[in-house]
Design a protein around this ligand. Structure first.
Ligand code: GTB
Length: 213
C-alpha cells in the first residue's frame, strides 16, 4: 500500500501550491514514491477522527503501514531518511542538509508567515502600517543573509537536498513580492526549485484538486 497524505478539499490558496501538503507532495515525487491523497474539509479537520492523526486539526498528515506522522517537516525528513534522493550519504553533509530544513522552518518561515498573514488578521488595526514596515524589515534581513550564504551556488550546500526543498517551499510564499525581487539570487533559487520535474508533478497534482472543484 502506498502512503496516504491529507490535503485540503478546498485550499484557500486556490491551487497555488502554498499549503503545506505541497512540500510533502514534492518530497514524495523527488524520491519516486507513489502516494494516495485523502482530501479533508475544514469541518472534518476538527473532528476526532482527523485529530487522532493531527492533534491540531490541520493538514498534512502521513500514514504508512501503521506509521502516522504530522508536521510537514517531519514527514519530509522521514521520506528523506527512508528513501534515496533528498539527503547526502556523507553523515556531515546529511546533518548540514537537515540543519537547512530547520533553518527554513524555524528561522525563515516565522517571519515570512507573519509578513504574509498580518494584513489578513490585523487589517483593521491602527498599527497595521507600522507593523508591516517592521515585518518587512525582518523578512528582508533574513533574505539578505540567506542570499549572501547562497552566493552564486545553485543550492545551499552541494547538491539539491531536503533543505533546499523546505527553503524553496518557504520562499514561494513571497513569490512575486518586491521583498523577494530585491534578492535576485533568491529569485533564481526559487525558480530552480520550481523547474525541477518533481516539483512540477507535485504542483500539477495539487492544482488538479482545485480545478476539479
Ligand atoms: N507546522 C504544521 C506543518 O508544517 O505541518 C502546520 C500545518 C498547517 O499550518 N496546516 C494548515 C491547516 O491545516 C494548512 S497549511 N490549517 C487549517 C487550520 O489550522 O484549521 C497553511 C496554509 C494555509 C493557507 C494558505 N494559503 O491560503 O495560501 C497557505 C498555507
Amino acid at each position: 500500500m502506498p502512503p496516504t497524505i491529507t490535503a485540503f478539499r478546498q485550499s484557500p490558496d486556490r491551487g497555488r501550491g502554498l499549503a503545506r501538503d505541497m512540500p510533502v507532495r514534492w518530497a514524495l515525487e523527488e524520491v519516486g514514491q507513489a502516494y494516495d491523497v485523502r482530501l479533508v474539509s475544514f469541518a472534518a479537520l476538527k473532528e476526532p477522527t482527523h485529530r487522532a492523526l493531527q492533534p491540531f486539526g490541520q493538514i498534512p498528515t502521513y500514514e504508512e503501514d501503521g506509521l502516522v506522522l504530522f508536521e510537514s517537516g517531519a514527514i519530509v525528513l522521514h521520506l528523506a531518511q527512508t528513501r534515496a534522493g533528498l539527503l547526502p550519504a556523507d553523515p556531515a553533509a546529511r546533518a548540514r542538509a537537515i540543519g537547512w530544513m530547520f533553518a527554513a522552518l524555524n528561522t525563515v518561515e516565522p517571519v515570512v508567515w507573519d509578513y504574509d498573514m498580518t494584513p489578513m488578521f490585523e487589517r483593521d488595526k491602527p498599527w497595521l502600517d507600522a507593523r508591516m514596515a517592521m515585518l518587512a524589515a525582518r523578512v528582508d534581513a533574513r533574505l539578505r543573509d540567506l542570499a549572501a550564504r547562497l552566493g552564486d551556488a545553485s543550492w545551499l550546500d552541494g547538491p539539491f537536498s531536503a533543505g533546499d526543498l523546505m527553503m524553496v517551499s518557504v520562499l514561494r510564499r513571497l513569490g512575486g513580492s518586491d521583498l523577494l525581487a530585491a534578492h535576485p539570487r533568491l529569485v533564481g533559487y526559487v525558480a530552480r526549485g520550481e523547474a525541477r520535474p518533481a516539483f512540477a508533478r507535485a504542483f500539477a497534482a495539487q492544482r488538479a484538486v482545485f480545478e476539479a472543484q
